[in-house]
Design a binder for this molecule. Structure first.
Ligand code: ADP
Ligand code: ADP
Ligand code: MG
Length: 500
């Protein structure tokens, strides 16, 4: 057992701040790292000490393992928390940290390595009777053989990069004619994006739900599950809204999924916090997708329903302590919903919309939590993930939590950039979301940008129409219009008189 006294968070933004808050509560000193673009960021101001890593691009700052480890040595840091993204799932980094005599807050490098490759992960868990999506279990080298396999699995199929992540590196193939071309593209994309051209095939489940299980394991081999998170509302295969518990998971299904997740964790001698992701089909059969060997973006919904601080648990596990609770001690309390506030324009295909946060006022109240890393007046840098905040609410039932979220979104004031908030409100108010039936196709099936246009009441429309006709009456002298247009419009004028 090694008590951590000083912790460096090798990350930025909301997650860096969130981790340091818990560390401070535990009496641990904090060190922030930052790039030149983040010099004035809240995570830098909050920390007891801060180290500049270099210029804004991540490969010249947040991804510089050597520089981060040097900073630890200089400042006598005894542990590193990697957050999510950046170096969090980099087995070589975890190894370097450990070899430098610093505690890595996460699982062993070996667990990261196995689970970092979707193919190796599937192989590791295959002995444990975990249901798996039909597909190939090796990297594809022989395209004609893979084509035969695809016929056997049945189209549509999904080509996935073994080293993929963040929703990237996936291609849907609808039929045999497209197969070869898509396969070639997938391989070269995987090679350039992840430095690893290994791809495999999975049956493409057309209307699935994404449901994942949070696990925690200590270094003595105890593993528990902290129930599920429903993460089916996605754009570009990436989550935007999450909730816990899932509205479709029964106590029996929860137990079956939880126990399967614990087996997955045990298959790679896992310790720390991790997430086992499953895809769930229309019959509510679930299949293993992958394991994320880190703290997940959406971990707060689990914290809200279990009353556990997952970062605190990660730190205690890294110090070598056994879990202080058992599976039976864990209970679900109420319902939590999270929306990710991205600097993206939902009216323009969710394209990043960076700029200056001219107004930034957070909602607050009982059961409302905002995890963010920005202040009013700050610029959103173009170099990093465009997520600016997470808005999380908790209440006693799903209905109440959804209503609380709608009110909190209304109270959240952001100007200067477009965000996903209006889209999130649209989802909260949608009958399909309220029913709990929705799947990962929600955005495709139910959302069009026009739905976010302002909805005028009939009275407002009448007034606007009247106004337009008034303007026309004043301007018509200067406008060249034909007699027939003139006639048509004078009819409109009568119509105006009837309305007002
Ligand atoms: P989560 O899996 O926690 O729900 P995301 O899938 O959105 O969250 O990923 C979390 C963060 O990690 C995001 O910033 C995402 O861009 C980044 N990320 C995840 N996997 C990779 C990867 N393989 N390469 C680069 N960035 C990644
Ligand atoms: P990543 O590492 O990018 O998170 P995942 O394997 O977790 O990759 O898949 C991300 C998302 O892609 C899932 O949440 C789901 O929406 C979709 N997806 C993945 N595999 C399948 C599949 N076999 N059928 C249908 N959708 C899938
Ligand atoms: Mg995933």
């Amino acid at each position: 057992m090694h008590k951590i006294k000083k912790l460096l968070v090798a990350n930025r933004g909301e997650i860096s701040l969130r981790i340091m808050r818990t560390a401070r509560q535990m009496g641990i000193k904090t060190v922030a790292v930052f790039s030149e673009a983040d010099r004035n960021a809240p995570h830098v101001k909050f920390a007891d000490e801060a180290v500049c890593l270099g210029p804004p691009p991540s490969n010249q700052s947040y991804l510089l393992s050597d520089r981060i480890i040097d900073a630890c040595k200089k400042l006598k840091v005894d542990a590193i928390h990697p957050g999510y993204g950046f170096l969090s799932e980099n087995a070589a980094f975890a190894k370097m940290v450990t070899e430098a005599g610093i505690i890595f807050i996460g699982p062993s490098p070996a667990s990261i390595e196995v689970m970092g490759s979707k193919l190796a992960a599937k192989n590791a868990v295959s002995k444990y009777g975990i249901p798996m999506v039909p597909g190939t279990d090796e990297a594809i080298s022989d395209i004609p053989a893979a084509k035969l396999k695809a016929v056997e699995i049945g189209y549509p199929i999904l080509i996935k990069a073994s080293a993929g992540g963040g929703g990237k590196g996936m291609r849907i193939v609808e039929n045999e004619a497209e197969f070869e071309e898509q396969m070639q593209r997938a391989i070269s994309e995987a090679q350039s994006a992840f430095g690893d051209g290994a791809v495999f095939i999975e049956k493409y489940i057309t209307s699935p739900k994404h449901i994942e299980i949070q696990v925690l394991g200590d270094q003595k081999g105890n593993v528990v599950y902290l129930f599920e998170r429903e993460c089916s509302i996605q754009r570009r295969h990436q989550k935007v809204i999450e909730e816990a518990p899932s509205p479709v998971v029964s106590p029996e299904m929860r137990k079956a999924m939880g126990e399967a997740a614990v087996k997955v964790a045990k298959a790679c001698d896992y310790f720390g916090a991790g997430t086992v992701e499953f895809i769930v089909d229309e019959k509510l059969d679930f299949y293993f997708l992958e394991m994320n060997t880190r703290l997940q973006v959406e971990h707060p919904v689990t914290e809200m329903i279990t009353n556990k601080d997952l970062v605190k648990e990660q730190i205690l596990i890294a110090e070598g302590l056994p879990l202080s609770f058992s599976q039976e001690d864990l209970k679900i309390n109420g319902h939590a919903v999270e929306v990710r506030v991205y600097a993206e324009d939902p009216k323009n295909n969710f394209l990043p919309d960076i700029g200056n946060l001219q107004t930034y006022i957070r909602p607050h109240g009982p059961g409302i939590r905002v995890d963010d890393g920005f202040e009013q007046g700050m610029d959103i840098p173009i170099y990093y993930d465009p997520m600016i905040a997470k808005l999380i609410v908790h209440d006693e039932s799903r209905e109440k939590a959804i209503q609380k979220m709608i009110n909190a979104i209304d109270d959240y004031q952001i100007t200067g950039i477009e965000t996903t908030l209006p889209f999130c409100k649209f989802v909260m108010e949608h009958a399909e979301f309220k029913s709990g039936r929705f799947d990962t196709k929600f955005v495709e099936k139910f959302f069009t940008p026009e739905m976010l246009q302002i909805k005028w009441t009939d009275k407002e429309l009448e007034l606007l129409a009247g106004l337009a006709v008034d303007v026309f009456d004043k301007k018509k002298e200067s406008l060249k219009i034909s007699q027939s247009q003139e006639d048509a419009l004078s009819n409109r004028s009568n119509w105006k008189n009837r309305l007002i």
